[in-house]
Design a protein around this ligand. Sequence first.
Ligand code: ZN
Length: 375
Amino acid sequence: MSAVLELTQELVSRRSLTPDDAGCQALMMVRLQKLGFAVEPMRFGQVDNFWARLGKTGPLLVFAGHTDVVPTGPVEQWRSDPFQPTLHNGLLHGRGTADMKGGLAAMTVAVERYLAAKPAMKGSIGFLITSDEEGPSVDGTVKVMEVLQERAEKIDWCVLGEPSCLERFGDTLRNGRRGSLTGILKVEGIQGHVAYPERADNPIHRVAPALAELIGARWDNGNAFFPPTSFQISNFNSGTGAGNVIPGDATVRFNFRYSSAVTKDELKARVHGVLDKLKLKYSIDWRPMGDPFLTEPGELSQAMQDAVEKATGLRPKLDTGGGTSDGRFIAPTGAQVIEFGPRNASIHKIDECVAVKELEQLVDIYFDVLKKLLG
Ligand SMILES: [Zn+2]
C-alpha cells in the first residue's frame, strides 16, 4: 500500500466532524516533528489548529488545509461506513477522502519524500492546519494568521490542498475565490383583512417590484479572472397561513457571490438605492462572509501548472469558481495562494470518494512544486 493511501485511511478513520479534530492533527504533527519541524498547536475556543515550520529563512512555502469534515447524512445510504475507509475499484470511499484528508496526506508524504532526498533547501516549509474550515471559520485559519502577522512571519507561497478539479484530475486549479455577502431584508407593512386592503399595507406587494429589479440587475461584467457577480434569493417568508389576512411583514434572505470588479459597499449601496426609491419601510441585516481574493499568475501558479501537466498531461486552467475557502484569510497578507487537489464531484455527498491514483499523482505534483520553488 502506498504511503499516501495509508495516511489518508488513518485520517479518514478519525471521525472529525467540525470542530472536532479527533486526533487527525496529532498524526500529522508527529510525522512533521520527525522531519525536524518546529510544531505549535494553536487552540482557539473549541478549535484545534497547528502551525509547523522547518527552516528559518525566506521564502516560505506553506501547505494549508483542514482536518474537519461535514456530516455524513443518512449513514444507511452509504455503500460502506463513512468512517471506515474502504476501497472499491481503485476508489477510496469515506467522508473526507476528497475534502480534504487526501490532500493533507499527499502534502505530508510529498514533504517527507522531498526531505528524504536531502535537498539544499533555499527557504522554509510551513504547515497551517485547522479543524474549522467547514464551520463558522472564526477560530481557525484566520486566528493562526493573526499570530503569524504579529510575529511578522510572512508567507510567500501557499498551496491549499482543497479538491479543485472538475471533470478530470489536472483540469483546474483555483487562483482566487469570489466574495460572498448575505443580506436579510425585513419589510414592514400593516396587517389587516384581505377584504379591506385600504386599511392594511401589504409588505409582499411592496417588496415584489423591488425583488424584480434586484433579480434583473446587472451588477458588473466580471473581469479577466471572475465571472459577473450573481444575486440569488434563498428564502422568502411572509404570511400567517390564513387566506384572509394581509401579513404585517415579509423577510427575504439573499446572497451575492461577487467578483473583484465591485466592492461589498457598492453592492449594499445599490440594494439600498432600489429599496429607497420604492419607498419601502425596511431594515437589512448585512452579513459579509468573505471578500474576493485573487492571485495573479506568478511563480507559484506557474510551478503548479508545470507540475500538474508533467504528472497528468493536462495543463490546468486558472479558475475562481466554487464557494469561499480559507484562502481568503491568507491571500490578503500578500501571499500567492493556489488551491489544487483531487476531483470534487463527490464532496459533501453520500459516498464521497477519491481515486487512489489521483492521491499518488498529487504527491508527485506537490513534490515537484517543492523542488521548483525551494530547489
Ligand atoms: Zn475543504
